[in-house]
Design a protein around this ligand. Sequence first.
Ligand code: ARG
Ligand code: ZN
Length: 877
Amino acid sequence: MKTDTPVTIRRGDYAPPAYLVDEVALEFRLDPAATLVRARLALRRNPAAAPDAPLRLDGEGLQLVEARLDGAVLPPDRCRIGEDGALTLLDPPAAGVLETLVRIAPESNTALSGLYTSGGNYYTQCEAEGFRRITFFPDRPDVMSRYEVTITADRTLCPVLLSNGNPAGSGLGDGNTHWARWVDPHPKPSYLFALVAGDLVNVADRFTTRSGREVALNIWVRRGDEDRCGHAMDSLKRSMAWDEQVFGLEYDLDVFNIAAVSDFNMGAMENKGLNVFNTKYVLASPESATDGDWQGIETVVAHEYFHNWTGNRVTCRDWFQLSLKEGLTVFRDQEFSADMGSRAVKRIRDVRGLRAAQFPEDAGPMAHPVRPDSYIEIDNFYTPTVYQKGAEVVRLIHTRIGPAAFRRGMDLYIARNDNQAVTIEDFVAAMQEASGIDLSAFMGWYDQAGTPELAAEDRYDPEARRYTLTLRQSTPPTPGQPAKRPLPIPVAMGLLGPDGAALPTRLAGENAAQSGTRTLLLEAAEQSFTFEDVPAPPVPSLLRSFSAPVRLQGVPREQLRFLAVHDSDPFVRWESGQQYAASVMLEMVAAAQRGEAPGFDPALAEAVANTLAAAEADPAFAAEALSLPGEGFLADQMAVADPVAIHRVRQGLRAEIGRRCGPALRAAYGSLAETGPYRIDGRSIGRRALRNACLGYLVAAGDAALAKAQFDAATNMTDSLAALSLLADAATPAREEALAAFHARWRGDALVLDKWFSIQAMADRPDAIEAMRQLYAHPDFDLRNPNRARALIGAFAAGNPAHFHAESGEGYRFLADAVIALDPINGSIAARLIGPLGQWRRQAPSRGALMRRELQRVLDTPNLSKGTFEKASKALL
Ligand code: ARG
Ligand code: ZN
C-alpha cells in the first residue's frame, strides 16, 4: 500500500536556477471555485547556469488553460506537465515572454498554502512553496523579480483588493466587478508574494521615516474587530522607529499593510508591504487578551516588520539558509522587546522557551543543525532550532565582536547584499570583516546539531592568590552526526567573594585590572584560565545572561544557593534558583519512583519567602523566580523521563510551599490587587504575573475558593484565565460552573474560545482522555482551523505530559487518530502536531513501544503528506 518514498533534498546539491525572471505581470480574476490567474513572465537564461538546462516551472494542482510564448500559443507537444505538477518547456528560447493562464479553486484549499479563502475573503501564504499552487513559476528564493499585480473581483463581495508594493490604479470592470493594480518596485522572490481581497475594514495611521518619507499604515480586519487593533498599530510604529535608531534601517515603500486572518498555519508572514497575520497576533483588548498575548503581538509585529530588511531586501539563496533570515530576525525582535521592557526578564523568558522547545528537539529524532543538511518537506524545518537557536548563534557573534562591530557588520551585510539571495557565509563574512575577528570557527554552530554540555572545575591557591578555572565541553551525538567537534563558546563570567562582592578577574599575562563581567572564549574541548591577585576563594558565576546555548552542568548546590542570592547578574540569580530547585525535584522524583515519601527541602520555602520579601523592586522578575522549573525541563534532565511522577512531585511541592508560606503568599496576593484602570505597562504586567503565581501556590494548598473569587471578579483576561486554569485542575463544582460561564461569555470570540479548549486540554483530571474525546466532538471544535486544532490537540500533547503519557497509551492513540484525520486536510499542521510522539526514546520501554506503535499506524496510512511522512519515518529510525 506504500506510495513512492518522497525525495530528500540536499544542501550540497544546490545549482543556480536555469532561467531568471526579471518581470512578472499577474492578473487575478477571483472566484471561490474557479479563480483565473494569468501570468506573464519575462524569462531569460541564467548566464550562471548550464547552457542546455531545461526550462522547468514549478506547479502544484494547477489547471492549465493555455500557454503562449512571445504571443504564440504553445502546442501541447512543447509544454508538458509532469507527475509532480511542474511545467517543462521543450526547446526553450534563450529569452522570451511566457504567458500562462491557470484555474485554481481557493475555497477547496484546506492546506492554507497558496491562495485560499477564510470567512469568504481571499488570502495567500506562499512561504515556503505556496506560490507554485497559484501559478507556474521557478518557485525558489534565488529567482527575484519585479511584480505588477492586477486583481479583479466582485465589488460587493470584495471591496478591498490588496497586493505587495504601492497602489498603481483602480477602476470598474465588467458586470459588478472592479479592479486594482499594485506595483512593487523592489525585486523579490516568489515566497514574498501576497494577495488579500474581500470585505475588510482598515485601521489607519501614518509614520514619517527619519528621512521624511510619509508611510500610510493600515491594519485590515473583519468588521467588528477594528477596536482591537490599537496595540498592534502601536507596536508597528515603535518597531519602525527602533529599526531606524538601532540599525539605521528605514522603511522603503509608501504603504505598509497588515491583514489579519483567522485561518493561518503559522504566526505571521512578512510578504513585502503586505504582511499577513494570524488574528492571534493582531487582535487584543484587555477583556479578551492576556498579558502574554499583548507581548506576543508586540514581538510578532516587530519580527515581521524587521524582515523587511533581514529577509526581504536581503533574502536567502535556498531554504537551507532559512536561519539567515529567521535567526537574525528573531535576534532583532528579542533586542527590540528587551529595549521596550525589562531586558533581564525578556532574557529569562527567551531561555525558558529555548529549553522548553529547542533543547528537546536537539536531543530527539528531528535534531538538525541551524543550517540543515537535508530535508524532505521544508515546512518541517521552521523549527525552534532554525529560529531560536539561530538567534542564539547570532547573539554569540554579537557577544564575541561587541555591539559596535556588530552594527558595522550589519551595515556591511546589507550594503553588500541588498537585493540579492545569499548564504549564511555572507552574513558571517560581513561580521568578520567589520570586526577584524576571525569567525570561521563559529560556522560550526551553524553546521553541527546538538546542545553542547559545559562543565567547570576550579582550584584556588591561597599562597599565590591564584585561581584556576577549567572549562570542558562535549556534545552528544545526533542522528547523522555521531562525532562532534568543540565549538567556540563565549562564557560571560565573574568571580564572587565570600560576601558576594565582585572579585578582580585579571588573567595571567594581562596588565590592566579587570572587574565585573568579562567573557572568556572556550575554543577547545578543555581549557584552563588562570586569574591572578584573587584575594579569597571565589564562587564563579558562569554563563551570565546565558551567553551561549549550552547546558552548564554540575554546579554544586551550595554554589547555586549562593549565586541565587548574591550574583550581580539577574539571569544567573534566576538560573541558579531554578537549577537548585530542579536538582531537589529530581531527587524527589527518584524517591517517588522508589516508593518513598519525597521529603521536603526547607530551602525552597525560604527562597519563596525571600523572593516575596524583595518582590516590590521588580515584580516581573520575582514572578519568574517564584515559578518552579516546568515538567518538560525536568523530564529533559532525566535519562528516562517519568512524566507522571514528575507531575505528582511538582504538584505536591507546590502544595507544600503553599502551606508553609501561606501567610506571606496571602499577604502578597492581597497587596498586589489592582486598583484603578487596567494598564499593560511592564510593572503592571509584572504585578499581575506575581499575584497569579501566589494564587497558584494558594490554590495548590487547597484554597480553590480563592481562584473562584478571582475568576468571578476578574475584569481582564490575564486574571480570569489564571484563575480558570487553576480551577480546571480542581475537583470542585466551581470548576464546571466557571468553565460554563466562560464558554457562555466568549462563545462568539474564536481566539478566546481557543483558550477555553486549551485550558481543558491541559487539565489534570482522572478522566482526561475521555474529556479530550468529548472536546474533539464538541460543536465548537473545528479540525480545519489551525488555531483550534493546536488549542486542543497541541496543548494536550505538549502541555499535559502526565495524561498524554498515560500508562494505557490512550493519549498516544488520541494524538495519532487526530493526526490521521488532519493529514489529508492540512498536512503541514498534522506534521507539526505529531512531534511529541517522536520523543519515545526518552520514555520507559513500555511507553516507548506504545508510542512507536502509533507512529507506525500513522506511517501505514495511505497517501500520507510528505511532511507527516518525514516526521513519522524519522522518528522511527
Ligand atoms: N517567515 C514567517 C516568519 O517567521 C514564517 C512562515 C512560515 N511558513 C511556513 N509555511 N512554514 O515570520
Ligand atoms: Zn520570521
